[in-house]
Design a protein around this ligand. Structure first.
Ligand code: IMP
Length: 439
């Protein structure tokens, strides 16, 4: 399983693509089109919002029941792949919930109402779709979308939502409801028809594959600190991004999961609002943003940038049961010296070693850093050369940085990414020599 160890955008898409070579199936387990997973193959760049990144490798890919799916965007993604010569071997769970046109309207309107208190959502309607799911009325699942009962169901839902549709500005007044209903009916019946050939029982398909000894890779969206239960609530997304989300989302037992890879960027970024103790609001933050191209894949928003935070990685290790780490974007830190790693928080004079539960407290935490010497700027070719030769070819300071993280998180780092391409990846077969004694 691949799970985000920070605030999302850790580079999971690239790691999934890298690992997908050796698996039979890739399953996305949470979220919706709020996610943006980028995969670069040669000169081609693939940006996925819904379909698991493994599609590029031609693997069987599953959108599990834990997801919320905007059918229009899903069909666009299928077409996008088809135009590039890839016919996705896709399964869409019958249990997944459908994002309808009013969900993004509610999302944006509710953010506007909150004003300064807003979450900073992607505006894709994720929260409202999951809210409808949890309320257990007024929700549409993929099984409804593809059935001949869709008309009846959606009519009831729209009738029940009439007041909200007007209040949130999806329609002007109640006279518009019929027109609105017909537009949705026509469009979504058409989407249902197009998606019919992909739908299935994800849990059954995945478990049968596991029983036959096939290898399945689970792909998480967002990250640990955006998880609805374990993140910096309420500045979170509405799904379970943590490892457990794969079990509930895809209908697999926890005992089936053998390797849980936490993907961490070599620094930290966050998009949207919420606490971020190591955020750099000055020029080093700007430098990292520019060097790392830290702009949202889904919204284009500039990402907030800061130093690596060990408390976050240790927290991710705990709540996900991580068995190893994959470190991404190490190349971005070249030319920056000294480099800082946060190893503790200071909260009103008290030293904290664990990430606090309360978001209010996290906001008050001041990071305590260790400093490490950086390494000089290297060109793309030099990084490719290093990746070809392996871990030992890294500049000594870069190795010190990696080994400092290993030691402090006490987990093996098995993959290091030094660029967006597949060939810019270092796989570490043997454990590093950093003697992970912990601290
Ligand atoms: P929502 O998921 O659109 O409701 O947004 C809730 C929070 O999660 C906001 O801070 C978003 O910026 C953040 N978020 C959602 N999806 C992603 C993602 O894929 N990467 C990074 N941040 C995300």
């Amino acid at each position: 399983m691949v799970v985000g160890a920070q605030f999302g955008d850790e580079g999971k898409g690239k790691i999934v693509d890298f690992l997908a070579e050796k698996v039979d199936m890739v399953v996305r387990y949470n979220g919706g089109s709020n996610a943006g997973h980028t995969v670069k193959v040669g000169n081609k760049v693939f940006k996925f919002h819904l379909i698991p990144s493994g599609a590029v490798r031609g693997k069987k890919v599953v959108c599990s029941g834990g997801m919320v799916i905007n059918p229009q965007e899903l069909i666009e993604e299928i077409r996008f792949l088809e135009r590039r010569g890839i016919e996705p071997d896709l399964v869409v769970s019958l249990r997944a919930h459908v994002t309808l046109p009013y969900h993004p309207v509610f999302d944006r309107a509710s953010e506007k109402r909150k004003g300064e208190e807003k979450i900073g959502t992607t505006g894709k309607g994720i929260g409202p779709t999951y809210s409808d799911k949890m309320k257990r009325v007024e929700a549409i699942r993929i099984e409804d979308l593809v059935s001949n009962k869709f008309k009846e169901k959606i009519s009831k839902v729209l009738e029940a939502k009439k007041k909200w549709l007007i209040e949130y500005g999806a329609i002007k007044d109640k006279n518009e409801i019929e027109k609105y209903k017909n537009v949705i009916l026509n469009e979504y019946t058409n989407y249902g028809e197009k998606l019919k050939k992909y739908v299935g029982d994800d849990s059954l398909i995945i478990n049968e594959a596991l029983d036959q000894g096939k290898k399945v890779l689970f792909e998480g969206a967002q990250g640990t600190l955006l998880d609805v239960d374990h993140g910096t609530y309420p500045y979170v997304t509405s799904s379970n991004a943590v490892a457990g989300g794969a079990c509930t989302g895809a209908g697999v037992g926890p005992n089936k999961i053998k390797r849980i890879i936490g993907v961490a960027k070599a620094y930290t970024t966050r998009v949207g609002r919420g606490p971020f103790p190591t955020e750099l609001k000055e020029e080093t933050g700007d430098l990292i943003r520019e060097k790392g191209g830290e702009y949202g894949t889904t919204t284009g928003r500039p990402r907030r940038c800061g130093w690596l935070d060990i408390l976050i990685l240790n927290y991710a290790k705990r709540v996900n049961g991580l068995t190893e780490l994959a470190l991404t974007k190490l190349d971005v830190l070249s030319g920056i010296t000294p480099l800082k790693i946060c190893v503790a928080y200071n909260l009103n004079g008290k030293k904290l070693k664990n990430f606090p539960v309360s978001t209010e407290l996290v906001e008050k935490c001041k990071p305590k850093y260790v400093e490490l010497e950086g390494w000089s700027d290297l060109g793309r070719e030099e990084w490719r050369e290093i990746a070809k030769k392996g871990y030992d070819a890294l500049p000594q300071e870069a190795k010190n940085y990696v080994e400092e993280i290993e030691r402090r998180v006490n987990l093996p780092i098995k993959i290091i990414s030094v660029g967006p391409g597949r060939e810019e990846t270092i796989e570490i077969k043997k454990e590093l020599k950093s003697k992970r004694e912990g601290i």
